[in-house]
Design a protein around this ligand. Structure first.
Ligand SMILES: *[C@@H]1O[C@H](CO)[C@@H](O)[C@H](O)[C@H]1NC(C)=O
Ligand SMILES: *[C@@H]1O[C@H](CO)[C@@H](O)[C@H](O)[C@H]1NC(C)=O
Length: 274
């Protein structure tokens, strides 16, 4: 499930032309759908209807598509998947600027558990001990009236996270039962709060990027499950390159993963982070 904004048509097409176009990964069925809200601009709304007719992969929620309504998008997505995807073992929520690698995800899941095993999984890059933003000038401002505690429960970064079916059902139920404060907490925090209420623990996977941008490396991107801050052009170029031959060996992947993590950390230490 890709959360996308009505205007991001190019990002959606880049995803369809790359990882979102996959229908079978490691012998398992795979499907990509896009979740959008209602466009404020009626012209854009018309384009969306045409795109939906042509591609058949858009889901539109009944809310105005805006940054502060992202949490409503996630709520709509959870409800939709709960209702219409009873056969899906896993759901990944991915932003439309994320280079996602379903093959690397399935490889990781297969190594760490039986993919058909029933059990709760809430997987991603886990943010620990985050405090609510109390700065009224910030776009993430959350007054204590909306969230009184001094820390959030640990949660997975919103750029990409994965639920198993059982975890999704519990979290979607908790989400539909939770009172909606104004302003709403950021979507990933909201999902974390619902998971906490449902008794579902987040699990950390270092193959999900977060924080500093990960510099491109073929073998590194082949091993990562998700990398964010990717433009549509980069998505197309990187996908082609990552799938060009020869495949990287296990050892090369390990070594280049280490290298690109070090470069990402150095980049952020030197202030190169965007
Ligand atoms: C999972 O691992 C087994 C044993 O290594 C392998 O035979 C199978 O193809 C793998 N499945 C996936 C989906 O990667
Ligand atoms: C969020 O969506 C609701 C329902 O469409 C709308 O009334 C509200 O104005 C939206 N909020 C923002 C900030 O766009």
């Amino acid at each position: 499930m890709v959360t996308s904004a009505p205007a991001n048509q190019r990002a959606r097409q880049a995803i369809r032309d790359t990882w979102g176009g996959e229908v079978e990964v490691r012998g398992l069925r795979f499907m990509t759908l896009f979740m959008v809200g209602v466009a404020t601009d009626p012209g854009l709304g018309k384009l969306l209807i045409e795109e939906a007719r042509e591609k058949g992969d858009l889901i539109q929620g009944r809310f105005l598509d805006s940054y502060s309504n992202l949490t409503l998008k996630t709520l709509a997505m959870l409800g939709w998947v709960r209702r219409f995807c009873p056969q899906a073992h896993f759901m990944a929520k991915v932003d439309d600027d994320v280079f996602f690698n379903p093959s690397a995800l399935l490889h990781f899941l297969n190594k760490s558990r039986n993919p058909y095993e029933q059990g709760d999984l809430y997987l991603g890059r886990v943010h620990l001990h985050v405090a609510p933003n109390r700065d009224p000038d910030s776009k993430h401002y959350l007054p204590s009236g909306a969230y009184p505690l001094s820390l959030f429960p640990d949660y997975c970064s919103g750029t990409a996270y994965v639920f198993s079916r059982s975890a999704l059902l519990k979290v979607a139920l908790a989400a539909s039962a939770s009172p909606l404060s104004t302003p709403l907490p950021p979507e990933d925090v909201f999902v974390g709060l619902c998971a906490y209420a449902a008794g579902v623990q987040p699990s950390h996977c270092p193959l999900f990027s977060g924080g500093p941008p990960v510099p491109y490396g073929r073998c590194c991107y082949q091993a990562m499950v998700s990398v964010h801050h990717i433009t549509p052009k980069e998505m197309l170029d990187y996908w082609k390159d990552v799938h060009s031959s020869p495949p990287c060996s296990w050892l090369t992947q390990r070594a280049s993963l280490g290298m690109c993590k070090v470069r990402a950390m150095l980049g952020s230490a030197l202030g190169l982070e965007d």
